[in-house]
Design a protein around this ligand. Structure first.
Ligand code: AMP
Length: 402
Protein backbone atom coordinates (compact mmCIF):
# COMPACT_ATOMS: atom_id res chain seq x y z
CA UNK A 1 0.00 0.00 0.00
CA UNK A 2 1.41 3.43 -0.89
CA UNK A 3 2.04 5.98 1.83
CA UNK A 4 -0.65 8.55 2.59
CA UNK A 5 1.13 11.30 4.46
CA UNK A 6 -0.64 14.31 5.95
CA UNK A 7 0.98 17.29 7.65
CA UNK A 8 -1.03 17.93 10.82
CA UNK A 9 -0.84 21.38 12.41
CA UNK A 10 -2.12 22.54 15.77
CA UNK A 11 -1.59 26.29 16.16
CA UNK A 12 -1.99 27.80 19.60
CA UNK A 13 -1.62 31.47 20.46
CA UNK A 14 2.06 31.07 21.31
CA UNK A 15 2.95 27.66 19.93
CA UNK A 16 2.63 25.42 16.90
CA UNK A 17 2.59 21.63 17.09
CA UNK A 18 3.26 19.76 13.87
CA UNK A 19 3.52 16.19 12.67
CA UNK A 20 3.71 14.26 9.46
CA UNK A 21 1.40 11.27 9.92
CA UNK A 22 0.74 8.26 7.78
CA UNK A 23 -3.06 8.46 7.59
CA UNK A 24 -3.34 4.71 7.04
CA UNK A 25 -1.15 3.37 9.86
CA UNK A 26 -1.20 6.38 12.20
CA UNK A 27 2.61 6.30 12.38
CA UNK A 28 4.22 9.70 12.87
CA UNK A 29 7.36 10.10 10.81
CA UNK A 30 8.22 13.55 12.00
CA UNK A 31 6.77 15.59 14.83
CA UNK A 32 7.65 18.69 16.78
CA UNK A 33 6.70 21.76 18.71
CA UNK A 34 7.60 25.36 18.15
CA UNK A 35 6.92 27.56 21.17
CA UNK A 36 7.54 30.80 23.08
CA UNK A 37 6.22 32.83 20.14
CA UNK A 38 6.81 36.56 20.49
CA UNK A 39 9.52 36.03 23.11
CA UNK A 40 13.31 36.23 22.92
CA UNK A 41 13.66 32.47 23.26
CA UNK A 42 11.23 31.38 20.52
CA UNK A 43 12.41 27.92 19.55
CA UNK A 44 11.57 24.78 17.65
CA UNK A 45 12.06 21.14 18.68
CA UNK A 46 11.40 18.13 16.50
CA UNK A 47 12.11 14.47 16.10
CA UNK A 48 12.24 12.30 13.03
CA UNK A 49 11.88 8.58 12.74
CA UNK A 50 13.47 6.51 9.99
CA UNK A 51 12.70 2.83 10.60
CA UNK A 52 13.48 2.21 14.26
CA UNK A 53 15.90 5.14 14.46
CA UNK A 54 14.70 8.27 16.17
CA UNK A 55 16.66 11.51 16.13
CA UNK A 56 15.88 14.63 18.15
CA UNK A 57 16.73 18.24 17.32
CA UNK A 58 16.27 21.70 18.77
CA UNK A 59 16.99 25.15 17.32
CA UNK A 60 16.36 28.77 18.22
CA UNK A 61 13.89 30.43 15.85
CA UNK A 62 15.24 33.93 16.42
CA UNK A 63 13.94 36.47 18.93
CA UNK A 64 10.23 37.37 18.69
CA UNK A 65 9.55 34.79 15.99
CA UNK A 66 6.02 33.48 15.66
CA UNK A 67 3.76 31.33 13.45
CA UNK A 68 5.01 32.53 10.06
CA UNK A 69 8.68 32.03 10.95
CA UNK A 70 7.93 28.62 12.48
CA UNK A 71 6.02 27.53 9.37
CA UNK A 72 8.85 28.73 7.15
CA UNK A 73 11.38 26.81 9.27
CA UNK A 74 9.30 23.62 9.12
CA UNK A 75 9.09 23.82 5.33
CA UNK A 76 12.45 25.31 4.35
CA UNK A 77 14.67 23.57 6.87
CA UNK A 78 13.03 20.54 8.47
CA UNK A 79 11.04 19.18 5.53
CA UNK A 80 13.70 20.34 3.05
CA UNK A 81 16.07 17.88 4.73
CA UNK A 82 13.57 15.09 3.94
CA UNK A 83 12.62 15.84 0.32
CA UNK A 84 11.04 12.43 -0.33
CA UNK A 85 8.82 12.79 2.69
CA UNK A 86 7.92 16.36 1.74
CA UNK A 87 6.94 15.35 -1.78
CA UNK A 88 4.64 12.64 -0.44
CA UNK A 89 2.56 14.96 1.75
CA UNK A 90 -0.95 14.90 0.29
CA UNK A 91 -2.77 17.46 2.45
CA UNK A 92 -2.46 19.73 5.48
CA UNK A 93 -4.86 19.03 8.38
CA UNK A 94 -5.50 21.76 10.95
CA UNK A 95 -6.86 21.27 14.44
CA UNK A 96 -9.43 24.03 15.01
CA UNK A 97 -10.80 24.46 18.52
CA UNK A 98 -14.15 26.11 17.85
CA UNK A 99 -16.48 25.49 14.94
CA UNK A 100 -19.63 26.80 16.63
CA UNK A 101 -22.86 25.44 15.14
CA UNK A 102 -21.61 25.97 11.62
CA UNK A 103 -19.30 22.95 11.50
CA UNK A 104 -20.51 19.50 12.49
CA UNK A 105 -17.73 17.72 10.60
CA UNK A 106 -14.34 18.26 9.02
CA UNK A 107 -14.15 20.38 5.87
CA UNK A 108 -11.77 21.45 3.12
CA UNK A 109 -10.82 25.05 3.87
CA UNK A 110 -11.99 27.71 1.42
CA UNK A 111 -12.77 31.41 1.91
CA UNK A 112 -16.19 30.66 3.36
CA UNK A 113 -14.73 28.21 5.88
CA UNK A 114 -12.07 30.74 6.86
CA UNK A 115 -14.82 33.31 7.48
CA UNK A 116 -16.68 30.72 9.56
CA UNK A 117 -13.60 30.04 11.70
CA UNK A 118 -13.17 33.79 12.13
CA UNK A 119 -16.83 34.19 13.11
CA UNK A 120 -16.33 31.61 15.90
CA UNK A 121 -13.33 33.54 17.27
CA UNK A 122 -15.51 35.31 19.86
CA UNK A 123 -16.11 31.84 21.37
CA UNK A 124 -12.41 30.87 21.36
CA UNK A 125 -10.50 34.16 21.34
CA UNK A 126 -7.15 32.57 22.21
CA UNK A 127 -7.35 29.75 19.69
CA UNK A 128 -9.30 30.52 16.51
CA UNK A 129 -7.27 33.62 15.52
CA UNK A 130 -4.08 31.55 15.93
CA UNK A 131 -5.56 28.78 13.74
CA UNK A 132 -6.25 31.34 11.01
CA UNK A 133 -2.65 32.54 11.13
CA UNK A 134 -1.51 28.92 10.85
CA UNK A 135 -3.85 28.18 7.94
CA UNK A 136 -2.69 31.25 6.02
CA UNK A 137 0.97 30.40 6.65
CA UNK A 138 0.40 26.81 5.52
CA UNK A 139 -1.36 28.02 2.36
CA UNK A 140 1.71 30.05 1.48
CA UNK A 141 4.03 27.15 2.25
CA UNK A 142 1.95 24.50 0.43
CA UNK A 143 -0.06 26.38 -2.21
CA UNK A 144 -0.76 23.18 -4.15
CA UNK A 145 -2.19 21.20 -1.21
CA UNK A 146 -5.72 21.07 0.20
CA UNK A 147 -6.02 22.45 3.73
CA UNK A 148 -8.52 20.65 5.97
CA UNK A 149 -10.07 21.90 9.21
CA UNK A 150 -10.97 19.40 11.93
CA UNK A 151 -13.00 20.98 14.74
CA UNK A 152 -12.81 20.09 18.44
CA UNK A 153 -16.47 20.99 18.82
CA UNK A 154 -17.80 19.03 15.80
CA UNK A 155 -18.23 15.64 17.50
CA UNK A 156 -20.56 17.21 20.08
CA UNK A 157 -22.92 18.73 17.55
CA UNK A 158 -25.08 15.61 17.93
CA UNK A 159 -26.03 16.57 21.51
CA UNK A 160 -29.78 17.07 22.02
CA UNK A 161 -31.09 20.48 23.12
CA UNK A 162 -31.76 19.22 26.65
CA UNK A 163 -27.99 18.68 26.99
CA UNK A 164 -26.76 21.87 25.35
CA UNK A 165 -29.25 24.61 26.28
CA UNK A 166 -28.46 26.50 29.49
CA UNK A 167 -31.37 27.41 31.77
CA UNK A 168 -31.05 31.07 30.77
CA UNK A 169 -33.53 33.08 28.68
CA UNK A 170 -33.81 31.08 25.44
CA UNK A 171 -33.29 34.28 23.50
CA UNK A 172 -29.58 34.15 24.46
CA UNK A 173 -29.26 30.93 22.52
CA UNK A 174 -31.44 32.11 19.63
CA UNK A 175 -29.70 35.43 19.15
CA UNK A 176 -26.19 34.89 20.51
CA UNK A 177 -25.53 31.11 20.29
CA UNK A 178 -24.96 30.91 24.05
CA UNK A 179 -25.03 27.13 24.58
CA UNK A 180 -22.86 24.15 25.46
CA UNK A 181 -20.51 23.27 22.61
CA UNK A 182 -18.03 20.92 24.31
CA UNK A 183 -14.38 20.43 23.35
CA UNK A 184 -11.86 17.56 22.92
CA UNK A 185 -14.29 16.15 20.33
CA UNK A 186 -11.53 14.78 18.11
CA UNK A 187 -10.10 12.86 21.05
CA UNK A 188 -13.49 11.53 22.20
CA UNK A 189 -14.23 10.44 18.61
CA UNK A 190 -10.92 8.55 18.44
CA UNK A 191 -11.68 6.89 21.78
CA UNK A 192 -15.10 5.83 20.53
CA UNK A 193 -13.72 4.30 17.32
CA UNK A 194 -10.84 2.55 19.08
CA UNK A 195 -13.00 1.24 21.94
CA UNK A 196 -15.48 -0.16 19.40
CA UNK A 197 -12.66 -2.07 17.66
CA UNK A 198 -11.13 -3.26 20.92
CA UNK A 199 -14.43 -4.40 22.43
CA UNK A 200 -15.70 -5.90 19.18
CA UNK A 201 -18.87 -3.80 19.30
CA UNK A 202 -20.12 -1.85 16.27
CA UNK A 203 -19.70 1.92 16.78
CA UNK A 204 -23.47 2.39 16.23
CA UNK A 205 -24.16 0.06 19.17
CA UNK A 206 -21.52 1.38 21.57
CA UNK A 207 -22.38 3.21 24.80
CA UNK A 208 -19.30 4.75 26.37
CA UNK A 209 -18.11 7.25 28.91
CA UNK A 210 -14.90 8.84 27.67
CA UNK A 211 -12.81 10.74 30.24
CA UNK A 212 -10.14 12.88 28.54
CA UNK A 213 -7.96 13.97 31.46
CA UNK A 214 -5.09 16.21 30.51
CA UNK A 215 -4.21 19.69 31.69
CA UNK A 216 -7.66 20.45 30.26
CA UNK A 217 -10.19 17.73 31.02
CA UNK A 218 -13.63 16.72 29.82
CA UNK A 219 -15.97 13.77 30.12
CA UNK A 220 -18.32 12.74 27.31
CA UNK A 221 -21.34 10.46 27.22
CA UNK A 222 -21.37 8.59 23.92
CA UNK A 223 -24.59 6.75 23.06
CA UNK A 224 -24.78 4.51 20.00
CA UNK A 225 -21.51 6.05 18.80
CA UNK A 226 -22.51 9.72 19.07
CA UNK A 227 -21.93 12.38 21.70
CA UNK A 228 -25.09 12.99 23.75
CA UNK A 229 -23.58 15.06 26.56
CA UNK A 230 -20.23 16.49 27.58
CA UNK A 231 -18.81 18.35 30.54
CA UNK A 232 -17.17 21.34 28.86
CA UNK A 233 -19.56 24.12 27.98
CA UNK A 234 -19.66 27.18 25.78
CA UNK A 235 -15.95 27.40 26.62
CA UNK A 236 -13.47 24.91 28.14
CA UNK A 237 -13.96 26.43 31.61
CA UNK A 238 -17.00 24.37 32.58
CA UNK A 239 -17.01 20.83 33.89
CA UNK A 240 -14.56 18.79 35.94
CA UNK A 241 -11.59 20.19 37.87
CA UNK A 242 -8.60 20.78 35.56
CA UNK A 243 -4.93 21.73 35.87
CA UNK A 244 -5.57 25.46 36.25
CA UNK A 245 -9.31 25.79 35.43
CA UNK A 246 -11.94 25.63 38.15
CA UNK A 247 -14.65 23.76 36.25
CA UNK A 248 -18.23 24.04 37.56
CA UNK A 249 -19.01 26.59 40.25
CA UNK A 250 -21.81 28.76 41.54
CA UNK A 251 -21.94 31.74 39.12
CA UNK A 252 -22.71 34.00 42.09
CA UNK A 253 -19.09 33.64 43.18
CA UNK A 254 -18.18 35.89 40.24
CA UNK A 255 -20.55 38.64 41.45
CA UNK A 256 -19.26 38.26 45.00
CA UNK A 257 -15.63 38.56 43.92
CA UNK A 258 -16.39 41.67 41.86
CA UNK A 259 -18.93 43.40 44.10
CA UNK A 260 -17.58 42.53 47.57
CA UNK A 261 -13.88 41.80 47.12
CA UNK A 262 -12.98 44.37 44.45
CA UNK A 263 -11.76 42.02 41.73
CA UNK A 264 -12.05 43.20 38.14
CA UNK A 265 -13.79 40.87 35.67
CA UNK A 266 -10.48 40.33 33.90
CA UNK A 267 -8.88 39.25 37.18
CA UNK A 268 -11.72 36.80 37.85
CA UNK A 269 -11.44 35.40 34.33
CA UNK A 270 -7.68 34.93 34.72
CA UNK A 271 -8.10 33.39 38.16
CA UNK A 272 -10.70 30.87 37.00
CA UNK A 273 -8.74 29.90 33.88
CA UNK A 274 -5.14 30.10 35.01
CA UNK A 275 -4.88 30.02 38.81
CA UNK A 276 -7.55 27.55 39.87
CA UNK A 277 -8.04 23.78 39.53
CA UNK A 278 -5.27 21.53 40.85
CA UNK A 279 -2.93 24.54 41.08
CA UNK A 280 -5.37 26.73 42.99
CA UNK A 281 -6.44 24.09 45.50
CA UNK A 282 -2.99 22.60 46.13
CA UNK A 283 -1.09 25.90 46.14
CA UNK A 284 1.67 23.72 44.74
CA UNK A 285 1.36 22.85 41.02
CA UNK A 286 -1.05 22.22 38.16
CA UNK A 287 0.98 19.18 37.12
CA UNK A 288 -0.56 15.89 38.15
CA UNK A 289 2.86 14.29 38.69
CA UNK A 290 3.74 17.03 41.18
CA UNK A 291 0.35 16.61 42.86
CA UNK A 292 0.90 12.86 43.26
CA UNK A 293 4.41 13.44 44.58
CA UNK A 294 3.16 16.09 47.02
CA UNK A 295 0.41 13.74 48.20
CA UNK A 296 2.95 10.95 48.76
CA UNK A 297 5.10 13.36 50.79
CA UNK A 298 2.23 14.49 52.99
CA UNK A 299 1.51 17.86 51.31
CA UNK A 300 -2.04 18.60 52.53
CA UNK A 301 -2.94 20.87 49.60
CA UNK A 302 -1.88 18.22 47.09
CA UNK A 303 -3.95 15.55 48.87
CA UNK A 304 -6.99 17.84 48.92
CA UNK A 305 -6.58 18.70 45.22
CA UNK A 306 -6.35 15.00 44.37
CA UNK A 307 -9.46 14.21 46.42
CA UNK A 308 -11.52 16.97 44.86
CA UNK A 309 -10.33 16.14 41.33
CA UNK A 310 -11.36 12.48 41.71
CA UNK A 311 -14.61 13.17 43.57
CA UNK A 312 -15.87 15.69 41.02
CA UNK A 313 -14.79 13.48 38.12
CA UNK A 314 -16.56 10.42 39.57
CA UNK A 315 -19.72 12.48 40.08
CA UNK A 316 -19.68 13.52 36.41
CA UNK A 317 -19.13 9.95 35.25
CA UNK A 318 -22.00 8.70 37.44
CA UNK A 319 -24.31 11.42 36.13
CA UNK A 320 -23.88 10.15 32.57
CA UNK A 321 -25.83 7.01 33.41
CA UNK A 322 -28.85 9.31 32.91
CA UNK A 323 -28.38 9.85 29.15
CA UNK A 324 -26.77 6.42 28.57
CA UNK A 325 -28.78 3.89 30.53
CA UNK A 326 -26.31 1.12 29.64
CA UNK A 327 -22.50 1.51 29.69
CA UNK A 328 -20.23 -0.79 27.66
CA UNK A 329 -17.03 0.81 28.97
CA UNK A 330 -15.50 3.69 30.87
CA UNK A 331 -12.36 4.89 29.08
CA UNK A 332 -9.53 7.00 30.50
CA UNK A 333 -7.31 9.01 28.18
CA UNK A 334 -5.15 12.19 28.07
CA UNK A 335 -1.88 12.67 29.99
CA UNK A 336 -3.49 11.97 33.37
CA UNK A 337 -5.96 9.33 32.18
CA UNK A 338 -3.21 7.43 30.36
CA UNK A 339 -0.63 7.59 33.15
CA UNK A 340 -2.07 8.12 36.59
CA UNK A 341 -2.88 4.69 38.02
CA UNK A 342 -3.62 6.43 41.33
CA UNK A 343 -6.33 8.70 39.93
CA UNK A 344 -7.91 5.86 37.96
CA UNK A 345 -7.95 3.71 41.09
CA UNK A 346 -9.52 6.45 43.21
CA UNK A 347 -12.19 7.21 40.61
CA UNK A 348 -13.07 3.53 40.15
CA UNK A 349 -13.34 3.13 43.94
CA UNK A 350 -15.70 6.12 44.12
CA UNK A 351 -17.85 4.46 41.47
CA UNK A 352 -18.35 1.30 43.59
CA UNK A 353 -22.10 1.38 42.91
CA UNK A 354 -21.31 0.16 39.38
CA UNK A 355 -19.38 -2.88 40.66
CA UNK A 356 -16.22 -2.16 38.66
CA UNK A 357 -13.59 -4.65 39.87
CA UNK A 358 -10.24 -2.92 39.52
CA UNK A 359 -7.39 -5.25 38.54
CA UNK A 360 -4.43 -3.62 40.30
CA UNK A 361 -1.79 -5.25 38.11
CA UNK A 362 -3.55 -4.21 34.91
CA UNK A 363 -4.09 -0.71 36.25
CA UNK A 364 -0.40 -0.31 37.09
CA UNK A 365 0.63 -1.71 33.70
CA UNK A 366 -1.53 0.69 31.67
CA UNK A 367 0.92 3.61 31.47
CA UNK A 368 3.21 5.40 29.06
CA UNK A 369 1.19 4.75 25.92
CA UNK A 370 0.02 1.24 26.84
CA UNK A 371 -3.59 0.49 25.99
CA UNK A 372 -5.47 -1.98 28.16
CA UNK A 373 -8.39 -3.00 30.31
CA UNK A 374 -7.87 -2.11 33.98
CA UNK A 375 -10.79 -4.05 35.44
CA UNK A 376 -11.20 -7.81 35.95
CA UNK A 377 -12.66 -9.90 33.13
CA UNK A 378 -15.92 -10.23 35.03
CA UNK A 379 -17.99 -7.11 35.65
CA UNK A 380 -18.14 -3.73 33.90
CA UNK A 381 -15.18 -2.67 31.76
CA UNK A 382 -12.89 0.27 32.47
CA UNK A 383 -9.93 0.74 30.17
CA UNK A 384 -7.10 3.04 29.11
CA UNK A 385 -6.80 4.10 25.47
CA UNK A 386 -3.99 6.53 24.57
CA UNK A 387 -5.59 9.23 22.46
CA UNK A 388 -4.35 10.12 18.98
CA UNK A 389 -6.03 13.27 17.71
CA UNK A 390 -3.38 13.75 15.01
CA UNK A 391 -4.30 10.45 13.40
CA UNK A 392 -7.99 11.40 13.31
CA UNK A 393 -7.06 14.70 11.64
CA UNK A 394 -4.89 12.88 9.09
CA UNK A 395 -7.65 10.34 8.37
CA UNK A 396 -10.28 13.06 7.90
CA UNK A 397 -7.94 14.96 5.58
CA UNK A 398 -7.33 11.87 3.48
CA UNK A 399 -11.07 11.08 3.26
CA UNK A 400 -11.87 14.62 2.17
CA UNK A 401 -9.23 14.80 -0.56
CA UNK A 402 -10.17 11.34 -1.81
P1 AMP B 1 -1.94 16.51 28.51
O1 AMP B 1 -2.58 17.87 28.64
O2 AMP B 1 -2.85 15.47 27.93
O3 AMP B 1 -0.58 16.52 27.89
O4 AMP B 1 -1.69 16.00 30.03
C1 AMP B 1 -0.89 16.70 30.92
C2 AMP B 1 -1.11 16.14 32.31
O5 AMP B 1 -0.76 14.75 32.33
C3 AMP B 1 -0.25 16.81 33.37
O6 AMP B 1 -1.03 17.10 34.52
C4 AMP B 1 0.78 15.75 33.69
O7 AMP B 1 1.23 15.86 35.02
C5 AMP B 1 -0.02 14.48 33.50
N1 AMP B 1 0.88 13.34 33.39
C6 AMP B 1 1.77 13.08 32.41
N2 AMP B 1 2.49 11.96 32.72
C7 AMP B 1 2.06 11.54 33.93
C8 AMP B 1 2.40 10.46 34.81
N3 AMP B 1 3.35 9.59 34.48
N4 AMP B 1 1.73 10.33 35.97
C9 AMP B 1 0.75 11.20 36.30
N5 AMP B 1 0.38 12.24 35.53
C10 AMP B 1 1.02 12.42 34.36
Amino acid sequence: MSNKYVLVLNCGSSSLKFAVIDAISGEDLLSGLSECFGLEDACIKWKTRVGQQESKHQESLGAFSAHTEAMAYIVDTILAAHPTLKQQILAVGHRVVHGGEQFSGSVIINDEVLQGIEACATLAPLHNPAHIIGILAAKVAFPQLAQIAVFDTAFHQTMPQKAFIYALPYQLYREHSIRRFGMHGTSHRYICQTAAKTLGIAVEDLNLISAHLGNGASVTAIKAGISVDTSMGMTPLEGVVMGTRCGDLDPSIIFYLVQNLGYSLKEVEDMMNKQSGLLGISELTNDCRGIEEGHANGHKGASLALDIFCYRLAKYIASYTVPLGRIDALVFTGGIGENSALIRQKVIELLSIFNFKLDRQRNLAARFGQQGQITADTGPVAMVIPTNEEWVIAQDALKLID
